[in-house]
Design a protein around this ligand. Sequence first.
Ligand code: ADP
Length: 336
Amino acid sequence: MNSAGLSFTGAESLEDVVGRCVFDLIAPEFREKFREFHEKVCGGEAGTLEMEIIGLKGVRRRMETHAVPLKYGPEGEVGQLAVTRDVTDVRRAEELIAAHQAQLLHVSRLSSLGQMAAAISHEITQPLSAISNYAAACRLLLKREQPDLDTFSRHIETIAAQTHRAGETLDRIRTFIRGGNSPKQSCDIADVITGALDLMKAELRNRQVRVEFRSPETLPAVMADRIQIQQVITNLVTNACDAMQRLPENERAIDIICQHDTDHIVINVEDTGPGLNDLSQETLFEAFSTSKSEGMGLGLAICRDIVTAHGGTIVAANAPTRGAVFQFTLPVSKEA
Ligand code: ADP
């Protein structure tokens, strides 16, 4: 036994170990395995065993031993040559890494739950506030001596449509987070955008924002999930409204312009606000980056996720005169 062996076993000198049985050092739960291993080597086979020892001073160590049989003497007596390594620290580090990995997995699961909750709350706020506005309008109508039932019934229709939309949005977010594919169908993008603006009518009126939508007579079809593209439009229009809220009412304007080339439909959303402070596309579209005191910083991250999942791109810039321009593209459907 060399000096390293002495130090593993906690011996001060060779005298402490000479004449002792090696079995006494093996931790009780490993003795049976060690006996089998010992017999195997004495039978002429080399082998490796990992086990624990309890040294002379009671310290437990994890050891890895490689042993080969040695024949010597006239009668062919058998001995063994064993090289034993202390793997205590290696195993401890491996256990720590495994524990950290388990912890990380837990944290990342929690954070994706957190992100899902944040995304849901962000996307549901708009339909919920529309529902609450229309319900308030209905209440006012009913207080009149002769309630205008046509308007009342239109408001109820809008409430039903917004509720339906909130439900569909929830479905999409759930599919998205699970990594599934949302249902894409051939759509007329102009129709999708008009639908989104229609749903935002009350909000745009309340915020005194004029929206102009321009598109060629006919546009090639795109394969898209209508609800998700409407989410993109809603988020961009809401951001534009936020950006313009300090402007005099008559200056608050949003232009939505659709164009196309052979492969893509290009949609620009332009406002007359102060424009972007930070033009770094990385930070702008990153989740939880916001300059608003009440902001969640999710709108643009959600837009980018949706547009990318549709095979398109989204970029932001400042307009030459004033305001911000968000431009996204969607590939033209080849099937159409
Ligand atoms: P949030 O609206 O919650 O802040 P977003 O991801 O939608 O989150 O937007 C991130 C940031 O991008 C905003 O806080 C704002 O600073 C900037 N931004 C987005 N749209 C516009 C815009 N139309 N004009 C100026 N700044 C904008």
